[in-house]
Structures are given as C-alpha cells and as structure tokens.
Design a binder for this molecule. Structure first.
Ligand code: PMP
Length: 408
C-alpha cells in the first residue's frame, strides 16, 4: 500500500486527497463492506454512492448485459434513456415533466443555473454557507465549503444547525433577497441540498423549505433542489430529500447514487421550463444518457423498489438514530444529532474531535466522514440495505471510540 501511495503521488495530481490519516487500499466491495489489500474489512458508512450496496450483483449484471449489447449516445433512438426518464418522473410530483441526462451532479447543477438565469433574466444565486454544489468554475463559486471565493452574484445564508421553526429558513431567504436587491442584483435561483449534507445534515423541522420556496418564487426566481446527496431514498422520507418538505421544486438535480457507482446524473424540470429552454438553445452531452449508464440507473431503481430500500432507510435509520441518542446521553463528545433516515449528522464540539473519531473508527473497521462548519459534524451514511446487526457493529465501535475520547 505504501508503494502504491508513492506511485500515486508521483503521477496523480497533488490536488487529489486521500481519506484518513492511514489511507485504505481497497480492493473489493460487497454490500455494505469494503475489503482492503491486507484482507481487513470495513463497514462503509461514509460513501453514499453505492446506495444499494457495493457491486450489487443485479446492477452489475444489468450493466454488463447492456455493455455487451449496445452502448451509444442519445442522438440515436434507444429505449433505455426513455425508460429511465419515465421511471424517474414517476417518482416525482406530476408537475415535473422533463429530464436531461448528464454524467455528473456538477453538470446537472451547472445546467440548472444556466436555465434559471436564462429564464428569469436574473443572475443572483443563493446558497448556504457550507454548501458544496460541484466542480465546474461556476459551481466552485457556489460552493463556499471549498474555501474559494464565491461568485460575484452569489449570496450565502448562514444556515442555523437547529431551526427555531418551519418559517426560519424562509425568513433567511427573504433577508438574503433584500441584500441582493440592495446591491442591485436580480435573483435567479435558490440552490440547496435538501438534506444540507455539507452543512452537517440539517433536516428539521421537515417542511422548512416550503416558506423558502414561496419567498424565492415571490421574487421571480427559481428553486433548485440538489438531490445529489439525499436522493434515491436515503432520507427515508420518500425517494427525494424535498419529499420531506412537501414542495415541488422547479429543478431537481441528482447524481452520486443514481447508478450505484456508475457515473450517471440528471436534471429534472417542469415541462414548461424545458419548453422555454428549448426555444433558447439545444443541448447535447456525448456520454450523458448513454445506453449503459441508463441501464445501470434503471437497475438501481429496480433494486431500490424491489428491496424496499426507502422503507429500510426509514426503519433502520430510526434504529440507528435511537442508538446514537443513547450514545449522546452518555458522551459529551456528541453535542447534537440531526439528519433523517440513513443520513445522520452527529455534532461534536470541534473539527479536531471529529477528525480523531473518524480516524479511530477507521482503525476499528468503520468508515464515516466529517462535514459542516469547522468539519465538526460526523456524517454517517451506510448503504440503504444495511441491517440492524451491522448498525449494532457501527454503534459498538463508536461507543468504544467515544469512551477513549472521554478518557483523553
Ligand atoms: N451537489 C452536491 C450536494 C454534492 O455533494 C456533489 C458532490 N459531492 C455535487 C453536487 C457534485 O456532483 P459530482 O461530483 O457528481 O459532479
């Protein structure tokens, strides 16, 4: 593993960073587990891409089967992207009527911003203060968590970790719109991750996005629900994070878990928006919606449905939460719990404490991450088929680590 790391450092850009003080050389994945080159296994409770579990045999089989038969772009008439769009729309409110398939969440968000700016005639975009929305030049400027300066027309909301009431976020959007107006910027969009993952999983009270959507519409701008992290059932409150808030966004962007590891992403909009965009310009994306990626995404949807994964996210997520609550009662290193379903945010006093916990858990075979202001919140996100016994293992390891943290 050290040799591989040296080879990696020699050829891969130094901008790439590895997780953990002692990075893991993974060679195989299976269900909720990752296996390293030394034969150790780790419960992967960080990575939210393999939503159905690593290397799910059915998804692998359907992807390979399609790769053997045909792989081409969307300029030929093929059934898979059509079927995928139909299936995605069937999970959404009926106003949502049009899909553009892309390769990454960044491409989907980038396009949503482009369309919102085009149709509103505004440029101003509101994001939260620890948001991450993507890797393009445009989206880096809308991702304050990267530490890079935000774009000229980008305004941030310092999102409270605990909302006082359902109205609070809407009030903050209103204030932000006032700031924008004071600077002579016309608003185009509010862009939010509907579980506020990189802000530390801000989930409650469910419904708090509704007043925000009303404010942004009243200002003539559009609402973009970034579902790259919460989408595909993770929050247990339906297929989408926005489902918990009872809203119909103007745009829904999705990626990461969509192909269970295969690169496939999408932008879903209302049909009226798609029609208005068409009159402005055409869109083509060489790999977006290719036959194999579409097959991978269809198979992932099949598994989510057939294995009842949204329900498991809700039920096993509630079980995980109860276990975390018990630990929080006994340990000062947990100061608050947030999150929904199998997306749990565990607040610790500082980034140093969180980093120690993350690294100690890795050494004991459980992979989690840290996010939020100062990276002080633990991000716990096992694949959706996770069983109670596996959650017990996670909680047991966390309890051991919290005990040694208390004894420091
Ligand atoms: N939005 C959110 C909320 C994300 O977490 C990410 C990826 N971390 C993106 C967008 C960008 O997705 P991608 O890396 O597929 O471009």
């Amino acid at each position: 593993s050290e040799l591989l790391q040296a080879r990696r450092d020699a050829v891969l850009s130094p901008s790439y960073r590895l997780f953990y003080e002692h990075p893991i050389h993974v060679v195989r994945g299976e269900g909720v587990w990752l296996h390293d080159a030394q034969g150790r296994k780790y419960l992967d409770a960080y990575n939210n891409v393999p939503v159905a579990g690593h290397c799910h045999p059915y998804i692998v089989e359907r992807t390979v089967e399609q790769a053997r038969k045909l792989n081409t772009h969307t300029r030929y008439l093929t059934d898979k992207p059509v079927e995928l769009a139909e299936r995605l729309l069937a999970t959404m409110p009926s106003d949502m009527g049009s899909v553009i398939l892309t390769n990454s969440g960044s491409e989907a968000n980038d396009l949503a911003i482009r369309i919102a700016r085009m149709l509103t005639g505004g440029t101003g975009v509101i994001v939260t203060d620890c948001a991450y929305h993507g890797t393009t030049d445009l989206l880096q400027g809308m991702s304050p968590v990267t530490g890079l300066p935000t774009g000229r027309d980008v305004f941030t909301i310092q999102v409270p970790l605990e909302m006082q009431d359902e109205q609070e976020f809407g009030r903050l959007v209103r204030e932000c719109l006032d700031r924008m107006q004071a600077q002579g910027v016309k608003p185009a969009a509010l862009l939010v991750d509907t579980i506020f993952g990189s802000d530390g999983a801000i989930s409650d009270p469910a419904g708090f996005l509704k007043p925000a959507l009303e404010e942004i519409h009243a200002a003539g701008a559009m609402f973009i629900a970034d579902e790259v992290q919460p989408g595909f059932g993770r929050t247990g409150g339906g297929m989408w994070g926005f489902s918990r808030h009872g809203i119909v966004p103007d745009f829904v962007t999705m990626g990461k878990p969509m192909g269970n590891g295969h690169p496939v992403a999408a932008l879903v909009t209302k049909r009226s928006i798609a029609e208005a965009f068409r009159s402005h310009q055409r869109y083509f994306n060489t790999f977006g919606g290719n036959t194999v990626s579409s097959a991978a995404a269809l198979a992932t949807l099949d598994v989510i449905e057939q294995e009842g994964l949204v329900q498991n996210a809700r039920e096993t997520g509630a079980y995980l939460r109860l276990g975390l609550e018990a630990l929080a009662r006994d340990h000062d290193s947990i100061t608050a719990l947030r999150g929904s379903g199998l997306f749990q945010g565990v607040q610790t006093p500082s980034g140093e404490v969180a980093a120690r916990i993350v690294n100690a858990m890795r050494d004991k075979g459980v992979l989690i991450g840290a996010a939020g202001r100062g990276n002080a919140a633990l991000k716990v996100r096992p694949p959706l088929p996770v069983k109670r016994s596996e959650v017990d293992f996670l909680l047991d390891v966390l309890a051991q680590v919290l005990r040694s943290e208390a004894g420091r």
